[in-house]
Design a protein around this ligand. Sequence first.
Ligand SMILES: C[S@@+](CC[C@H](N)C(=O)[O-])C[C@H]1O[C@@H](n2cnc3c(N)ncnc32)[C@H](O)[C@@H]1O
Length: 197
Amino acid sequence: MNTKNTHWQEYYQAVNRRPHHPLVEQAIAENTSGLMVAIDAGCGTGTESEFISQAGYKVLAFDPDKEAIKICHERFIENKSVSIYRDCFETFHYPANGLFIAKSSLFFCDPIKFDQVWSNIKASIQTGGVFFGQILGDQDSWESNEKRLISRFSRHEVETMLSDFDIITFDEKRDKGKTAVGREKYWHFFTFLAVKR
Ligand SMILES: C[S@@+](CC[C@H](N)C(=O)[O-])C[C@H]1O[C@@H](n2cnc3c(N)ncnc32)[C@H](O)[C@@H]1O
């Protein structure tokens, strides 16, 4: 497991109990796979997992961070539709699913392993199933360092990754801004919702 990402507590405090991303509702509506199984990859405090489970899905949520797992175990103690795993993109065994969520988390996948991870994700999403997530752009100011691995891609590379999908929404953001915990940075990322062909 990638153990470099161990300092997420501040982020979890900042975002805990924030509402789910509005595109998650569209993602649910677009799923025609007939499979009510969802994966919330790099789930953090479990905001998306909670909403998806309320829509009737069985959710498998994973995150490598100990604190995220503790928060999720407490959050879902009485919600048997959500299973929590301490795991990461690089080693998780992806079951067949109709909905795959990776919100602000693929940014931190090991770049050396990204191609294999993306191939595993793609294979797990069934025809008519939906991917909703975000990928960091190559102009973003975050770079891999000794504390954190970062995966970044050009727009062309992201479009190529989506060649087996019908793209429903695709947004590119490039802007100076702040992180959830208030640090200045240059943001470049893609947010998209796509249906597996
Ligand atoms: C910015 S947070 C996003 C959390 C949640 N998806 C959200 O939108 O609030 C990034 C999450 O990715 C997780 N993460 C870091 N490296 C990861 C990896 N290799 N595989 C899966 N998740 C990872 C972190 O532990 C953290 O919880």
